[in-house]
Design a protein around this ligand. Sequence first.
Ligand code: SF4
Length: 421
Amino acid sequence: MAEAVAEAKRCLHCKVPQCKKGCPISNDIPEWIHELSMGNMGNAMAIINNKSNLPAVCGRVCAHERQCEGNCVLGKKGKHIDIGKLERFIADFDSEMRLTQERIPAKDRGRVAVIGSGPAGLTIAGILARKGFAVEIFEMEPEPGGVLMFGIPEYRLPKDVVRNEIRKIEQLGVVFHLGVCIGQDLTVDQLFDQGFDAVFMGTGAGKPKRLDIPGCNLPGVRQAIWFLRRVSLYNAGLIGRDEVRVNEGEKVFVVGCGNTAMDAARTALRMGASEVTIVYHRTIERMSALRAEYDDAVREGVKFRWESSISRILNTDGVLDRIIINHDGKDETVMADKVILAVGSQPAARIVSTSKGIEIDEKGYVLTRDEPYGMTTRKGLFAGGDVTNRPATVVHAMQDAQRVAEGIERYVDAVRLLRNL
Ligand code: SF4
């Protein structure tokens, strides 16, 4: 606490705060830092809650160096304020002490169904619940959180932190239906038949892209998001070690160079792989991973092969044992036990194929309009987050979700007004 207050006291409380400008969700950073500097933890948390439902998550996984901290004026001549750490401190303190008791408004403005409980779905649910909507979330997994729970590894985002944030959203009166797959157990049409005024689709881009090369269907080739999900399930004690499919002492190659590739590479090392190499067809300057994630991966021992690609995956009696790496037009055969693919993902077609009137683009992303923001070509059905191909990170999904929440609010208010005329 003393350290946090001392750091908060360094803040200049700028009139035109560059930190806030750098934040995709325009978090009122100087205001809550000011409250923290006086030890008013409850006030600080209340200010954060106005803009974010997931501060403990953002405090850990946001790209602070590119956003708030990267813009802090103190960083120009010396050391920026540690905004991420302070946000995380306040959110964790609030969870432990259960400081904030929000007054929840009556849920009489309409019913909204939210499909998916990743960052976009949780953000929409929190905003609309605070504004008097009855919100129900439908999640296909046995536990809510989406990519926060199953995609980001424990060492970057502890699962108990996610659970705490979800508990707070539940306290706003949001109802969770777990293990319900929309498009399979229930359709969007059936949700509307149940009396929901609007439906939000925040199902993310959970269908990983494949690599079309010889040997890509061998059992030793795994998708990064499935591998990370299995490690999460294993860590939660829900599956056995053998189902993780990366074993001790194995040589692992990861294809791709985004944050998911870094997560998969570091996780493979932590699961006991003897050597992990990221293979990327471009230069280091073109990688999409955050520099901090890359630095951590290097520190942990991940190796890199730049401007290289895997052209063929070979096997002996069906067991992957070698790969051919191409660099500068030359082929090299190297020993390998597993290949993990992290070359991007796209939305699954489950909902679109079982509902009428939802138009998508040629890559399968759901098309939405600007008025009301986020509405798909199907009236009353909204979409946001990765399923629309707009955001790239947790906080960008939240930023998009804030705008869609406004769109839903305006739409439902108008529809109910017309219905009651
Ligand atoms: Fe404080 Fe830095 Fe933001 Fe200024 S830019 S208000 S010093 S955190």
